[in-house]
Ligand binder design. Sequence first.
Ligand code: GLN
Length: 539
Amino acid sequence: MTSKYIFCTGGVVSSVGKGVTAAAIGRILKARGVKVAIQKLDPYLNVDPGTMSPYQHGEVFVTADGAETDLDLGHYERFIDENLDHTCNVTTGQIYAEVISKERRGDYLGGTIQVIPHITNEIKRRIGLVGQKTSPDVVIVEVGGTVGDIEGQPFFEALRQLRTDVGRDRTLYVHVTFLPYIGATGELKTKPTQHSVRELRGIGIQPQVIVARTDHPVSRELIDKIALFCDVEPQAVIPLPTTDNIYRVPLMLEDAGLGDFIVEQLNLDAAPPALDEWRALVERMGQPYDPLRIGIIGKYVELRDAYISVKEALLHAAVQVGRKLDVEWINSGDLEKGKSLNALESVSGLVVPGGFGYRGIEGKILAAETARTRRVPYLGLCLGMQVMCIEFARNVLGLQDANSTEFESSCQHPVIDLMPNQHHVVNMGGTMRLGHYPCVLTPGSKAAAAYQVEQIQERHRHRFEFNNRYRDVFESGGACFSGLSPDKRLVEIMEFTDHPFMVGSQFHPEFQTRPNRPHPLFLAFIQAAIDYQRLTEER
Ligand code: GLN
């Protein structure tokens, strides 16, 4: 292992932004010219989150090489601006599957297989795989959950062992905790942080940095107290108050001195931090720009994490053109019950993101119909494109029983159908059409105008596709297949010629957006939404 390692663990409570903190550490190092990679270790037993409900897990982020991963990888990519791969998300399920299959092959030569050393060795091997091709200077490894979780123990033990394996001067342990606020006395409390550090020490890990998340300002006195009780240097206690903009976190860590501390501790060959562009970006995000209201229609809208990359992609595009993104979350189930219909009409653009299963589909079809008939800009992402096809088939082409075979296997007009190579798929995990595929754009189309190139690579995650039997009738009805696979057999983008902007992609462009480089399709959509907003204001 030639890289140096930063291990990020969490304490006190989960969901305080450990993933964003890890990503932000990546950004402040990259700003110093340090080459970084990031990995997430997830202690749950699923092999990957691909089969989990969004209620359990939020969005499934897809890497270019087709891994279905934790949504924190989306933060990592957006913050460090590097494409990650399947080595960057490891679960207990993967570790055990590997060890057990080795055992079945007889690789352990009669040995008793144990958590230490066999499971911990496999965890360490996986950590070693990150960045093998890119040789990063620093690999940041985040462990999901909090210290003390039973299922996390082998991971913490592996991290402890790595301190000796890799070398003390080449590893840095960062512990992210939370300081609760007692309203009655108006105080922030450090005791849970002390306990959590004690728990870490019990495993043999002494953190060198404590990032203390909090909803309130932290006094110097409190920082010194944490430093004393947790045995870290006062300059390495980094208070991280809640912010309304996650992209501010790298600046907060930088301004608190964390970048310099890490460089010194790991003896990194680093340039002065170049964060001006990032600072300017965060400033732009805080400008009182005119709002632009965009509707996102989904069945999990009450949990925002389910569509996090979509929201970020919209935000990046809106900021680029000087607008404040105002998302109207519209529940597709409500639309089916005749509720929230006015919400559909109150927005300047509609996005139907990816999804699975029939629940809420008719509501999404209604959204597509509203967009088409009222000429509201529409961006369909994967399922959103399929929904747009079904609506068009039913209401424009008169194919009343049009549907996807995902929702109605024996419908008369299966305009969306299972991909041929999916027919024999038995296992649900990891078997969709996944990851990067090339797509050739049709000259003169809105998609080609947005991308300004002839061929693109985008990330996929689906089993169903547009049914080629319907290509001619769609085309004669006014649909344009503006993106096709290079062999022309798969429809990757569809749009309506006679509409200001109604574009659907079979892929997920939201996985490739960056805060300072918004995705072209989202940018084109946001521009169309601005045009629509102007039109409606003039009316
Ligand atoms: N359920 C659809 C399919 O499998 C769409 C998937 C998605 O939106 N990611 O093709």
